[in-house]
Design a protein around this ligand. Sequence first.
Ligand code: GRF
Length: 199
Amino acid sequence: MSRPINIAVFFSGKGSNFESILNAIRDNRLKAKVTLAISNNPEAGGLEVARANDIPGVVMERGHYSSGEEFGSAMLARLQENQVDIIALAGYLRKIPPQVTRAYPQRIVNIHPALLPKFGGKGMYGHFVHEAVIQAGEKESGATVHYVDEIYDNGDIIRQEKLTILPGETAESLSARVLEIEHRLYPEVLQQLVSQIEV
Ligand code: GRF
């Protein structure tokens, strides 16, 4: 019998998308297992989510290694030890080392709180994204799930869901409305990927 598809979730902050992935697994909407959680930030709320769910949570920071090469190898070794098939980035504010992107082609995905290719790239995260969208007078925003390569917010788009910006919308209200979409969309797209993989 084949084993379940294993997912590693990477985050730098709160981890509400991580929680939504775990909820979807619990409800059987996502037929997979999270076997590893990685953060660059020892204070990330997501590490608490990992602990509460008995998922190994590790802090891996480039600064703790003498070279990028060593960091990438250590990360790849962790992923392989945990038999990770898919990497889901959920608010992870670092680049993925090239060793890892090479070992996981079309197997690393990210969720971004805007309609890429607009409002993406370095520095476009969290409230900065929503502020820029409002500032630009956009009529729509939404969430994008895309493949990850070595360039920020660059890989092919897998799925996008839009919302209409309301009169008087603020960065805060927009962030909350987009997050609601994210929590439903991300597990759906992950299930789509899982269903295409055999191990
Ligand atoms: C989300 O808005 C996600 O789109 C972005 O970072 C945020 C992470 O939020 N990449 P959380 O930590 O999952 O609550």
